[in-house]
Ligand binder design. Sequence first.
Ligand SMILES: [Mg+2]
Length: 302
Amino acid sequence: MARFSQLSAVAFTALLLAACAGKAESPAASATEPTAAATATVASAPVPADDNLNATLWMQRSVEYAGSTETAFALAKIRLNEALKDRRWTAAPAEQTGNFSNLPPAIICDVDETLLDNSAYQAWNITAGTAFSNETWSKFVAARISTAVPGAVEFTNYAASKGVKVFYVTNRTVDGEQATRDNMAKLAFPMGGNVDTFLMANEQEGWGSKKGSRRAVIAKDYRVLLLLGDNFGDFVDAYKGTEDDRKQVFEASATHWGHDWIMLPNPSYGSWEAVPYKFDYGAAPDAMRDAKRKALTSWSGQ
Ligand SMILES: [Mg+2]
């Protein structure tokens, strides 16, 4: 500790000196010639604009993102412990019918951007100047290179250590199931033992992108303690609608948020992004962007 303080004092002094030197020099330097950084910007080729640059940079590089996900999982751990003690507790009231109080406990987790970090795919789209496509996404899934969202491995293993079955209800499709299992096993997520805990989209009849039918299958045999996701559709089936429609459903679920439904941050993609252009994924990129700009609430500038 003493050594740390000493080093910190030395480092602080050096920083102070550097700052003072910078302050003294900068006006003269800016009056005569551009700074090195400005020269580099002017000299380089135009940089293509991409709507996902800031979101992806934040998710890949910021401590603010890691802090947000760690916070969500820390809350999830507290709620898990509360839920284990309260046998009336269920996170799936729509699907959990009958007497569920003595069923074994489970949690239901979405995968992408809830437990797995696929920002390398977003980053590739930015640098390649491309957008999401099923073809490139399938190749990315097959590469098995997703990393773990900060806090996700620790939290899911904590749940498993308490005898809670960890289910993965994902809209990755069944052809990507083995790659997803391999990727998650490599990252040390709980793999379910002798229970099939991976419920992929279209794996069975009626398992579409809406997740209620898959939650119902789990809720027949387990008491569902928590839902975790990064998208409204990880919690409710009525996620495709106007902004007002979604707000109504959101507000009707008010008691769940932060209690038995834990939302992870994802500014990069999700159903929220498609609301302004009415989920018309075939629209021209400029039409989508125009609809999103028109949805903003703006200061007048006066
Ligand atoms: Mg997701």
